[in-house]
Ligand binder design. Structure first.
Ligand SMILES: Nc1ncnc2c1ncn2[C@@H]1O[C@H](COP(=O)(O)OP(=O)(O)OP(=O)(O)O)[C@@H](O)[C@H]1O
Ligand SMILES: [Mg+2]
Length: 333
């Protein structure tokens, strides 16, 4: 079964073709660079860029996959959560296509898409597993009972982990979005240079990242220009160590308490090199298996949306063309 996936929830316009929820025939991603001068995504600008890009990206995906719209069985698009303008572009385009050519359509939860990135690439990941979702907008520990059935164990009270990476990267002059650049810089630094706070480390499965960002801002304000230049990589590494330690600690604890053998990380920050290494070490010590998507499938892409749409369709059949975009959509609803 061939699924056409469409993702436009934030600042990536992406269209993919995925066979049977597993085999990626094409996954074209246009990442908007128009926001870097503003230091964050401007919703109105994002919506307009999606409008310009969606048709060319769609055409390129069909051509790379070597298929035509006739060959497609199901059209899946992100319906939320995300920015309303951007969401509406992809969702309306998908519904229009499905209506015009009489194909089945299904709306996809963006975070279920991130979770599905692991299923897409790892056929041996158990249906019942623990996933740590760490992205630009979410930080959550979730028990996946089976695909489509979720229990949220805890989430962030304020900033998401990816947001903390982006804000600290911006404070350090690394540009926006700077998570991946901060990761690269941190690889040359000493994580023990300074101990930044690890909020709520021992308390349940809740997270808080706004204090860490402020702690870095206050630390930077006290440094001279030369000290900053000399210790840039050390500061990045120290921030990253604090940020990552908290999610690692809680994930390990949840795997034990919930007695779950398989653990996955989903979302943009799943690409973080230190998170992967630290979590792999800690989980292997307690004989748990760790799964994460390849770097390209960690951040927003339509292949994960096509996969999630395909799995949902297996369970529920096609969705309604009448559905609307929902900017705040819970995973467990
Ligand atoms: N190597 C990395 N280390 C740390 N952070 C990273 C890395 N690569 C990407 N990120 C971060 O991942 C985030 C983007 O991930 P993603 O595309 O999943 O987020 P989003 O779609 O904006 O948010 P959400 O999925 O919650 O709606 C950004 O905050 C980015 O800085
Ligand atoms: Mg995302």
């Amino acid at each position: 079964m061939l699924t056409l996936g469409i993702e436009t929830s934030c600042d990536e316009s992406s269209v993919a073709l995925v066979l049977d929820g597993r085999q990626i025939l094409a996954n074209v991603i246009h990442s908007q660079t128009d926001h870097s001068k503003f230091g964050g995504v401007v919703p109105e600008v994002a919506g307009r860029v999606h409008l310009r890009k969606i048709v060319p990206v769609y055409r390129q995906a069909l051509s790379e996959a070597g298929v035509s719209l006739d060959d497609v069985d199901l059209i899946a698009a992100t319906m939320g959560p995300g920015l309303i303008g951007p969401l509406l572009v992809g969702l309306t385009f998908a519904k229009g296509l499905a209506f015009a050519v009489g194909k089945h359509f299904i709306g996809v939860h963006h975070i279920e898409g991130h979770i599905a990135a692991n299923l897409l690439e790892h056929p041996d990941l158990q249906a019942n597993h623990l996933t740590l979702i760490v992205s630009g907008g979410h930080t959550m520990l979730v028990e996946v009972r089976r695909f489509g059935s979720y229990e949220i164990l805890g989430a962030t009270r304020d900033d998401a982990l990816g947001e903390a990476f982006d804000k600290v990267a911006k404070l350090m002059g690394l540009g926006y979005p700077g998570g991946a650049r901060l990761d690269r810089l941190a690889q040359q630094g000493d994580p023990k240079y300074h101990r930044f706070p690890r909020a709520l480390l021992k308390e349940g499965y809740q997270f808080s990242y706004s204090g860490l960002k402020t702690a870095v801002a206050l630390f930077l304000a006290k440094l001279s220009e030369t000290e900053f230049e000399r210790h840039k990589a050390d500061i990045a590494a120290s921030f990253q160590e604090a940020a990552v330690s908290v999610v690692v600690e809680k994930t390990v604890r949840a795997a034990l308490e919930r007695d779950l053998h398989d653990v996955s990380i989903s979302g943009g920050v799943a690409a973080n090199s230190r998170l992967r290494v630290l979590l792999a070490e800690r989980l292997s010590a307690i004989k748990r298996r760790l799964f994460y998507p390849s770097v390209e499938l960690c951040t927003d892409n339509a292949a994960m949306i096509a996969a999630a749409g395909f799995y949902r369709y297996q369970d529920e059949g096609p969705g309604e063309l009448a559905i609307n975009a929902v900017p705040y959509l819970r995973l467990d609803e």
